[in-house]
Design a protein around this ligand. Structure first.
Ligand code: MSP
Length: 772
């Protein structure tokens, strides 16, 4: 929790306008909105920026295919993004378009400044260009680019940026966390890229250099970067005096153009005093939130441009994972793209229009907006709860409905409805006295502090799990006190008990609601009103949601009008959404839906255009569990359907038998997210002889895993061990506890000790490193 309010400037990537918005874009923007709302309620002067990236060859070609000028094309798609964010009630403070005059001016200023400082020079280059990814890549003509299409041979006289001069400086900044990259696995990925192929260079007898933090790197592994294009015109012209150095007209490389948005939206490039003041106030950004596929652009090129222009660097770059659809890559040909509008339209229908209209507030337009906000909350909750932040996660309509019914309709919504209804009928609609209500919350642990800490780490999934654990405790309290029976009793002690339980329940609802506000801004606003506490936005602005203390709800507070918060959803809604999607499937290929959900190992191309390639090395390429992966995979599949009686660990089969496991493709293997984790807590579970409850540290988050190894391991001998877990296994409930993953172990036969796959502490291996 920041001690004193500060300014907080956060950004999303600006989205390409060749694709209409889909739920992947919405994911980033919803996360950013959640973070922005939290910073506002903490009192920070928060600025949340989003927008669209409108230049480049890809967009020029999409527009040409559509038969409209690129500007008109960009106008239409940019408006579609903005309209969607408005439908969802997202609280962005500015919407930047790279075709805005203010942006063009700023991007040109940055280019001219870099040129004036001798950081940009003219040279000629022939290479393979991937149009889909807007970057040069290594390989022979016709190489298949990261977007799955052949590259084009491009010979161009280009301006180059002296990226090679920044290798050491960038290493120092990132190794020292001056530029903070999260999660750790992404930081390692960037560092490997910056260090170059140390193993190969060592073998070749090359001289290595050592960074300030004592790590070896290959000097010269980072090559200069082409920062202009002359074979097409849809871009920001390279400004004078650089422009006069060339025969051809050049436009600024689309990534240099795009990255500059983070400053141009803040007034960079303008001479107006208010813009200068704005830039001074908000720059540098406190957080660039990005999808993991564009981490290198944000953590290598962007800071290098800023260093070269002598401008302050962003403080942090945080990458989230990809949203997968029905467990496979989103692609137009597979027809599994999900539009956010479909979800809004379908879930919106769950909110019935009140019959007590007509009044201006119940106009159809007003009601549609209410429904959109209601549905947006459901989507926000689902994405943030379901996907451990930083990891890839699957989206499916069915999972969304199940989660909605379980957590929102039967969970939060039901707790609010039954508690407040009982207060209405037994205490004349006013919060009862505290009775004997305990001084602390009924969960028995400090939920407020825990949740704040998790929010700070962007561990939304962990924060919501804690909140629902708390909610479960409150439900339990109500069930055991049975207020409906107490209400019928004439005994004065029962009346006191009734007050006690209903006060505790309503105060719990207040605490839950305040903590949930950044995730469920619309539903919590309704609950706040029902509790008689007024406008939650105002409460957030006045710091009332920040300093939460148990017992803050005043007895006697008159409840507001009551009504359902989350009506139950019928499972048939999934089919309705599938049908809407099918009816909207694109009939033409003019607007090419961008699909960034490529397996990570495809993402190793380098846009730097020089004689030697420095590729983005996979994090910890050496870390591979030799020989066990095929078996593991096969077991993993069966363990989903018939779970091993001994509990959730995956044991490799007897090593001496010839395995007759079916072959799998590498694509199947990469679906299994194996990670290095450290056991931080191990304890027995009462009345469960075989199970241990473990908490493991993945570097980017803590997890709870239940494992059936209690017969063979004592909790004490496990703590501190670095093991391998399957990190993307769907959670399972056992003994009322959720298990989030499995440990890897090998055993020589049934009922013999499973020996855990471990890494010695002597290896320099970051927690969360991927095993492959
Ligand atoms: N225009 C560049 C970004 C320039 S930023 C200076 C770009 N645009 S994009 O339209 O491809 O958007 C990429 C971003 O959209 C991702 O980094 C991510 O934030 C979001 N996502 C798009 N599809 C996504 C998923 N399937 N899953 C999660 N996020 C997704 O790259």
């Amino acid at each position: 929790m920041p001690a004193t309010p500060q300014k907080f400037y956060l950004t999303t990537p600006i989205y390409y306008v060749n694709a209409r918005p889909h739920i992947g874009h919405a994911y980033t923007t919803l996360v950013a909105d959640t973070i922005a709302r939290r910073h506002r309620l903490m009192g920070d002067d928060t600025f949340f920026l989003t927008g669209t990236d409108e230049h480049g060859q890809k967009i020029e070609r999409s527009a040409a295919a559509a038969g409209i000028p690129p500007q008109a094309f960009a106008d239409e798609v940019s408006a579609a993004f903005r309209t969607l964010w408005d439908r969802m009630g997202l609280t962005y403070n500015d919407y930047i378009r790279t075709t805005d005059p203010r942006h063009k001016q700023g991007a040109q200023k940055l280019f001219a400044d870099l040129h004036a400082r001798g950081q940009i020079y003219l040279s000629s280059y022939t290479g393979q260009y991937s149009i889909g990814e807007e970057m040069f890549i290594e390989g022979p003509p016709g190489t298949i680019g990261p977007d799955g299409r052949p590259t084009e041979t491009v010979t161009e006289e280009n301006f180059f940026f002296k990226l090679s001069e920044y290798q050491e400086k960038l290493l120092d900044l990132i190794e020292s966390d001056t530029l903070h990259i999260q999660p750790e696995s992404r930081k390692n990925e960037v560092l490997s890229f910056l260090r170059g192929n140390v193993a190969e260079a060592t073998e070749a007898g090359e001289v290595l250099a050592i960074s300030a933090s004592g790590k070896a790197y290959v000097p010269g592994a980072l090559r200069d970067l082409s920062v202009s294009r002359s074979s097409f015109t849809w871009g920001i012209p390279v400004p004078e005096p650089a422009a006069s150095e060339t025969q051809e007209k050049h436009v600024i490389y689309v990534w240099l153009d795009a990255l500059a948005n983070y400053m141009t939206a803040m007034g960079y490039g303008s001479e107006a005093p208010e813009d200068i003041a704005k830039f001074e106030k908000y720059w540098p950004a406190d957080l660039h939130l990005v999808g993991k596929e564009i981490i290198r652009f944000h953590c290598v090129y962007w800071p290098a441009f800023l260093l070269a222009a002598n401008l302050p660097l962003p403080k942090a770059v945080t990458a989230h994972g990809w949203l997968l659809f029905d467990d496979s890559k989103m692609s137009k040909s597979k027809g599994n793209i999900v539009r956010t509008e479909t979800i809004l339209d379908a879930f919106g229908t769950l909110l019935p229009k009140p019959l007590d209209g007509p009044g201006p507030e119940f106009s159809d337009e007003h009601w549609k907006h209410e429904q959109d906000l209601f549905a947006t909350d459901i989507l926000r909750y689902f994405l943030l709860r379901e996907i451990p932040f930083g990891q890839d996660g699957s989206f499916s309509f069915k999972a969304m409905i199940t989660r909605y019914n379980a957590d929102l309709a039967n969970g939060y919504g039901n707790l609010v409805s039954r508690t407040l209804a009982m207060i209405k009928s037994n205490f004349d609609g006013a919060i009862p006295g505290k009775g004997d209500a305990a001084q602390n919350d009924p969960s028995g642990w400090d939920v407020i502090d825990q949740v704040h800490k998790k929010f700070e780490r962007y561990d939304f999934s962990g924060a919501t799990q804690d909140l629902w654990f708390f909610l479960g405790a409150v439900d339990g309290l109500i069930s055991s006190a049975a207020p409906w029976k107490l209400a019928k009793s004439e005994d004065p002690t029962d009346k006191l008990k009734l007050e006690t339980v209903l006060y505790a329940a309503s105060e719990s609802i207040r605490v839950l609601t305040a903590l949930l506000y950044p995730i469920l801004p619309n539903a919590t606003a309704k609950v706040w009103l029902q509790l008689g506490l007024g406008d939650i936005e105002q409460a957030a602005a006045n710091g009332k949601l920040k300093d939460l203390k148990w017992g803050g709800l005043q007895p006697g507070t008159k409840l507001g009008p009551l009504g359902p918060i989350f009506p139950r959803a019928d499972k048939g809604l999934a089919q309705i959404m599938t049908d809407i999607e099918a009816s909207k499937a694109p009939k033409s290929t003019l607007i090419d839906e961008l699909n960034p959900t490529l397996p990570e190992h495809h993402d190793s191309n380098d846009p730097a255009a020089g004689p030697r390639t420095a590729t983005l090395a996979e994090p910890n390429p050496g870390a591979f569990v030799a020989g066990s992966h095929a078996v593991t995979t096969e077991r993993l599949h069966t363990s989903h359907t018939d779970a091993p009686a001994s509990g959730p660990f995956v044991a490799a089969a007897l090593a001496t038998a010839t395995p007759d496991t079916p072959q799998i493709a590498i694509d199947d293997f990469v679906k299994i997210d194996l990670r290095v984790a450290k056991i931080t807590i191990a304890e027995r579970i009462p009345k469960a002889d075989k199970l241990l409850r473990l908490e493991v540290d993945l570097g980017y988050e803590q997890r709870q895993i239940l494992s059936g190894i209690a017969e063979w391991y004592t909790p004490e001998e496990l703590i501190g061990r670095r093991i391998v877990i399957i990190a993307n296994l769907a959670p399972r409930k056992m003994r009322g506890l959720e298990s989030h993953g499995m440990l890897l172990a090998a055993s020589s036969g049934d009922n013999t000790k499973p020996v855990l796959t471990t890494f010695p502490d002597t290896e320099d291996l970051a927690l969360g490193s991927r095993v492959r």
